[in-house]
Write a protein that binds this ligand. Structure first.
Ligand code: HEC
Ligand code: HEC
Length: 308
């Protein structure tokens, strides 16, 4: 008995904090690492830093420039644009429900939000600061900056969509078309092979062919982290929450609308040597495509941020 208890404590993933009123569809307990438990003051500080333009070399940008609360913390551009107009290689993802994510960035190279937080500050194509300059401007150690920003990012949550209400038993929360879309999502269209769970992501990496261009990969994706040939062109399954608000889509922003995304999957993605076997021609009818898009739009709900 005692052994069992001890084991379960030893393998606990980290501190869990009960946030006030989680939106419907999300766990009330938010995981956080043992060495950076959530606390209201730290979240408030992280929030300030997230919107603080002094975190960019020339004082023109903050995290929120690319992760705009008005767009569910994405930026509406195909590719991110950092200081001096420098264009990065990837699309700025929506950052909702990252607390429940297993790894961060399109290739999953950051195992924690603490490790993630400093990267954009130092990236010369994003905020472009040096470590000493960061510490000078904030009067904080870089580890403290990372802990505060990560804590704030953890509190950015999306839930209580009409899909959540439907799943909770409110039949009328979805229209007939949206319900048909949900059925396709779970059935014929096979989206749940990867977009599964409360966050509509399996937290794994898959090659859907988006990066395959002219007989080569335009972006190696997960391969850069694992060095495994089969991971070339694989990217992390993104959440689909708030998806109607975060166009354009995919790691390179190459698909402008949800209609284009559904077309893309229906045609079977872009065949390449490592295409995931779960991506294959679906031959959806025009009505089915429309229903799937309608369903995706019903995944927008309430976005909350900060300690509330
Ligand atoms: C110039 C635009 C830009 C700025 C500024 C920026 N980001 Fe990002 N962010 C991106 C891009 C692009 C990615 C994806 C990069 C990749 O996968 O290689 C990303 C990824 C992320 C992720 C991972 C999301 C996921 O789904 O895995 C988080 C979290 C994040 N950013 C938080 C921040 C924070 C915090 C700041 C400020 C310290 C910040 N970002 C500043 C563009 C930006
Ligand atoms: C084999 C796993 C897999 C399957 C099956 C799958 N997806 Fe995806 N989905 C992904 C991955 C991985 C990405 C990111 C790919 C990239 O950017 O290169 C993605 C991206 C997306 C995006 C863009 C998200 C964003 O933030 O840019 C949407 C929308 C989407 N999928 C919807 C669907 C729908 C609808 C279906 C069913 C028709 C589906 N997916 C089937 C793995 C999958």
């Amino acid at each position: 008995m005692i052994t069992v208890l001890w084991l379960s404590l030893a393998f606990a993933p980290g501190a869990e904090v009960r946030l006030p009123e989680p939106p419907l569809g999300l766990d009330a307990y938010m995981p956080a690492p043992e060495d950076n438990p959530l606390a209201p003051g730290k979240v408030a500080l992280g929030r300030k830093l997230f919107f603080d333009k002094r975190l960019s070399r020339d004082g023109t940008l903050s995290c929120a420039t690319c992760h705009d609360p008005e767009r569910a913390f994405s930026d509406g551009r195909a590719l991110a644009r950092g200081i001096g107009g420098a264009e990065g290689p990837r699309n700025s993802p929506a950052i909702v429900n990252r607390a429940y994510g297993a790894s961060h960035f399109w290739d999953g190279r950051a195992p924690t939000l603490e490790r993630q937080a400093v990267e954009p500050i130092l990236n010369p194509k994003e905020l472009g600061l040096s470590l000493p300059e960061l510490e000078k401007r904030t009067g904080m150690k870089s580890g403290e900056v990372a802990a505060a920003i990560a804590s704030y990012v953890r509190t950015i949550r999306s839930g209580a969509s009409r899909v959540d209400r439907y799943i909770a038993g409110q039949q009328a929360a979805l229209s007939e078309t949206e319900r048909a879309g949900l059925q396709l999502f779970r059935g014929k269209a096979n989206c749940v092979a990867c977009h599964v769970g409360a966050n509509f992501s399996d937290e794994q990496f898959h090659n859907t062919g988006v990066a395959w261009r002219d007989g080569r990969f335009s972006d190696d994706g997960r391969f850069a982290v694992t060095g495994k040939a089969g991971d070339r062109g694989a990217f992390k399954t993104p959440t689909l929450r708030e998806i109607a608000r975060t166009a354009p889509y995919m790691h390179d922003g190459s698909l402008a609308t949800l209609q284009e995304v559904v077309e893309y999957y229906s045609s079977g993605g872009r065949p390449n040597p490592h295409l995931d076997p779960e991506v294959r021609p679906l031959r959806l009818s025009a009505d089915e495509k429309q229903a799937l898009v309608a369903f995706l739009k019903a995944l927008s709900g309430e976005v909350r941020e900060g300690w509330r």
